[in-house]
Design a binder for this molecule. Structure first.
Ligand SMILES: [Fe+2]
Length: 276
């Protein structure tokens, strides 16, 4: 839980909070509109990210409610969900890609855009820090060790919420074969390519599969499996199981013995988390 000074401050500005969050949503919409492109392909990808931002906000809200966080923190969580990928918009406009490796780190871009906009200034400093750290590190390979407790709590939440919606996006894209029209969604990887042993090895070691090791759609599946080891909250494990996500991921993986062993290990981990 957050410190007492933080709670006092939030009580002081309690009535204003709704207006502040409304202002942030308006800033987000204006920012998005300033990036909208007349290029049809970019337009569709921007819409995809807009939809993702809203859905991640919904997941963030659901996780924080499931954890029974105070109502104010639920609002912060939902706002973080909306803002977490704001760097994606200018990334696509400027570089024409969602690949951080070939452009910029979109977490850093979002952090600097939101920070320099001043849109968070009406919030208590502690909340600004939570939101900025959440945006900045939502896509980091690991959670930094030196963050304050509150930032870490919200960062774990946004990383879960983000993953839950990315599972949906990838499944939808593969299922509807839109990866052929929009290969950007899966970073232009080879749809029918083999598993990269380096990606499999990361999964076996319970590490997040690195983007640099993703060469095929199968590797993308391995990366999604590796994310299960990085989930934090009860709601996320439950959502993962209740929505058939595991089966969807296995569907895009080849059934060779090494991959099957890795899948079994993830399945065991998942059931241990649910019975915990
Ligand atoms: Fe992101």
């Amino acid at each position: 839980m957050l410190s007492i000074p933080y709670r006092k401050k939030t009580q002081l500005i309690g009535e204003k909070m709704e207006t502040i969050f409304k202002d942030i949503r308006k800033w987000f919409n204006d920012y998005y509109n300033s990036c909208v492109s007349t290029d049809g392909k970019k337009y569709n990808l921007l819409i995809l990210k807009l939809e993702h931002s809203i859905k991640v906000g919904n997941h963030a809200k659901a996780i924080s409610e499931d954890e029974e966080w105070p109502a104010f923190e639920v609002d912060v969580a939902e706002t973080l969900g909306l803002l977490h990928d704001v760097g994606r918009f200018s990334q696509l406009v400027e570089f024409g890609t969602f690949s951080d490796a070939y452009s910029i780190n979109h977490g850093e871009r979002g952090y600097s855009d939101v920070r320099s906009s001043g849109v968070l200034q009406q919030l208590p400093q502690e909340i600004q820090t939570i939101l900025l750290n959440g945006i900045r590190f939502h896509n980091a390979r690991r959670i930094p060790d030196d963050l304050d407790k509150a930032s870490t709590r919200f960062l774990k939440l946004i990383r879960d919420a983000d993953k839950l919606d990315i599972f949906r996006i990838i499944h939808k894209a593969v299922h509807q074969k839109s990866t052929e029209r929009q290969p950007e969604i899966i970073l232009h990887v080879d749809i029918n390519g083999p598993v990269n042993p380096a990606a499999l090895s990361e999964l076996e070691n319970r590490q997040n599969v690195s983007y640099r090791n993703i060469k095929s759609l199968a590797d993308f599946g391995l990366m999604q499996l590796s994310w299960i080891y990085d989930l934090n909250y009860r709601y996320s494990f439950k959502y993962f199981s209740d929505h058939g996500i595991f089966a969807n991921i296995i569907d895009i993986l080849p059934s060779n013995p090494d991959v099957m062993n890795a899948i079994d290990a993830v399945a065991n981990y998942l059931s241990s988390k649910q019975s915990a």
